[in-house]
Structure formats: structure tokens, C-alpha cells
Ligand binder design. Structure first.
Ligand SMILES: NC(=O)c1ccc[n+]([C@@H]2O[C@H](COP(=O)([O-])OP(=O)(O)OC[C@H]3O[C@@H](n4cnc5c(N)ncnc54)[C@H](OP(=O)(O)O)[C@@H]3O)[C@@H](O)[C@H]2O)c1
Length: 281
């Protein structure tokens, strides 16, 4: 039976991948720092290794008898003092070293759509540094490059509930965000297919104005939008990078950058943003 090691199982995407792997009856080991975030049903079906992946010595032999590693490790909203280079790069590098030591066949890694073009952002710099190492390594790899997750689109819905949404430019930049459940299918399919790099977004291509309309409609509030001009975004980015620390400006520079351009990836999956917002009510 194919044995999979999943790193990141307590996160948004990792949780969906965990369930997809369980449903497909894979032999599973997860490496997590907080096992209490796993559900009792999940705990019964998997082997759990409690470890801090940023410390190489804490994951020694984690890949013993493992065929496939899937990692969703990365900083999104965590504010625990680590930098992107510590997690998105180094923690994944620690895992890769263990995978190579134990003859793992394939390493599946979650980067970001347009990650190479956006390398000047701190998060993409760290992620793509790991991608470079993974591509050189003596094992099979698959790099998944997803567009924004529905989890991040929740912010628009929360703004709609409060009565006003802030958009960038004229609100006509387009994006096709993806639900974690749809993306998990793509990640687990990668265990068996031969693609080395997969760009993926959700089934609907929406402008920010359309996203705002859906959010107001589901929230049941009158549509009120404030448009932030692009010059103000550029000045804000400059000030943030100059006067604040990376752990503060990192997520903001990513958010501002991806919302200031079209982000349309090959479309997959079924879940619509409207369904997602309905579930947030
Ligand atoms: N969100 C998006 O829109 C988006 C879009 C494209 C790509 N991505 C990438 O997809 C991946 C998964 O994203 P997600 O939204 O599922 O993120 P998430 O919910 O924050 O999950 C990230 C995982 O990384 C772990 N992690 C973070 N910092 C850590 C640290 N210092 N030590 C050990 N583990 C740590 C988290 O563990 P804990 O649960 O213990 O915190 C969690 O399991 C990330 O690499 C992200 O960059 C995200």
C-alpha cells in the first residue's frame, strides 16, 4: 500500500487533502505541531508525528517507509515569529532532506500561481527558492501552483456583512479562486499522474466587482464599494516595505499585489463562491 506523509494537515488546504487521502484509503502519516487541531475521527485513521518541522532534528526519520510526501507548509496568517524563509523554504527543505535520505519516490509541493513572476515578494522568494531545490533533487516532484483560496475570499464577505467593500483600481481585475476541497483533489491526483507542474484555479472567472456583488447579495446588504486607486496601492506598498517588518508587510504585499492584476489560472473543480459565502452565513 502506498504510504503518504502529509505536512500541513492542520491547515486549510492540508485538512481537505487529509480527508481526500483518507477517503482514497492511503496509508497515512502526518507531521503536525498541534495534534489537538485534528478531529477524533481523523486521529483514528492516521499515524501522527508531533514535531516542529522548522527544526531538522525534530523530524529525523519522519520519511521512513514513506513513498510520497505532500507538503502544504507555509506561513499564511500565523504570527509566531517565523519568517517565510524559515517555513516556506527551510521547513520544506528539512522535509526534502529526510525524503531523500529515505528514498521517497515523489514530493508534492504547494507553491503559488505566478510564483516565479512574483519572486520579488518575500513569500514567493522563499517558496520559489524551495521549488528550485526540489527541481534539482533526485526524486520525482510535482509543484502545484494554485490561485487564491476561497478561505482568503472570505474577507470580501466579511466586508459585505459590515456594509462596504474596498476594491482595487476599477474593480475589473479578474480572478478564479478555488475551494480547498477542489484543490485537494488536484493535489491527491498528483500522487499518481506524471505532471511536474500544475497551475490551477476554480471553475468561475470573476471580476472583483462580480465577487463584491455576490458577497452583498448573500449578506443581504445594499451594495457599497470604495475603489482604491492604483497609485495609492503603490505608495502604501513602498511605505510598508520601508517602515514595517516583513512579518507585518509580507501578507499585505501579497494581498495588494495579487488583487492589483488579473490572476486567471486553468479552471478546475465545482465549488462556486456563492456556495462558499452561503456557508459562511
Ligand atoms: N491561501 C491562499 O490563498 C493560497 C494561495 C496559493 C497558495 N497558497 C499556499 O498553500 C499552502 C497552504 O495554504 P493554507 O491556506 O492551507 O495555509 P494554512 O491554513 O495557514 O496552513 C499552513 C500549514 O503550515 C503550517 N505552518 C505554518 N507555519 C508553521 C511553523 N512555523 N511551523 C510548523 N508549521 C507551520 C501550519 O501549521 P499550524 O496549523 O500548526 O499553524 C499549517 O499546517 C501554503 O503554503 C500557502 O502559501 C495559499
Amino acid at each position: 500500500m502506498t504510504k503518504v506523509l502529509l505536512a500541513g494537515a492542520t491547515g486549510y488546504l492540508g485538512g481537505y487533502i487529509l480527508n481526500e487521502l483518507i477517503n482514497r484509503n492511503y496509508d497515512l502519516r502526518v507531521v503536525v505541531r498541534s495534534p489537538s487541531k485534528l478531529s477524533p475521527e481523523e486521529v483514528k485513521k492516521i499515524e501522527i508525528l508531533e514535531a516542529q518541522v522548522t527544526e531538522a532534528e525534530s523530524i529525523i526519520n519522519c520519511c521512513q517507509d514513506v513513498d510520497i510526501v505532500i507538503s502544504t507548509l507555509g506561513i499564511t496568517r500565523q504570527k509566531d515569529g517565523f519568517k517565510y524563509i524559515d517555513v516556506d523554504y527551510q521547513a520544506n527543505k528539512n522535509l526534502l532532506d529526510e525524503a531523500l535520505k529515505h528514498g521517497v519516490k515523489k514530493f508534492i509541493y504547494i507553491s503559488v500561481f505566478k510564483g516565479r513572476e512574483l519572486r520579488d515578494l518575500k513569500i514567493c522568494e522563499a517558496k520559489e527558492l524551495f521549488v528550485d531545490e526540489l527541481k534539482q533533487a533526485q526524486l520525482e516532484h510535482c509543484i502545484i501552483r494554485p490561485n487564491g483560496f476561497f478561505s482568503d475570499m472570505a474577507e470580501f464577505f466579511h466586508m459585505a456583512q459590515k456594509g462596504r467593500i474596498f476594491l482595487f483600481g476599477d474593480g475589473e481585475f479578474k480572478v478564479n479562486p478555488i475551494h480547498g476541497k477542489d484543490l485537494a483533489v488536484v493535489c491527491v491526483d498528483a500522487v499518481k499522474n506524471n505532471e511536474k507542474e500544475i497551475e490551477v484555479g476554480g471553475p468561475e472567472i470573476l471580476s472583483q466587482n462580480e465577487i463584491a456583488s455576490i458577497a452583498f447579495d448573500v449578506a443581504g446588504n445594499e451594495k457599497k464599494i470604495t475603489y482604491i486607486p492604483e497609485w495609492l496601492i503603490k505608495i502604501s506598498l513602498f511605505l510598508l516595505r520601508t517602515f514595517t517588518f516583513q512579518k507585518f508587510y509580507g501578507p499585505i504585499e501579497l494581498f495588494l499585489t495579487v488583487l492589483s492584476q488579473d490572476m486567471v489560472a486553468p479552471a478546475m473543480g465545482d465549488f462556486t463562491l456563492r456556495e462558499f459565502y452561503m456557508n459562511l452565513k
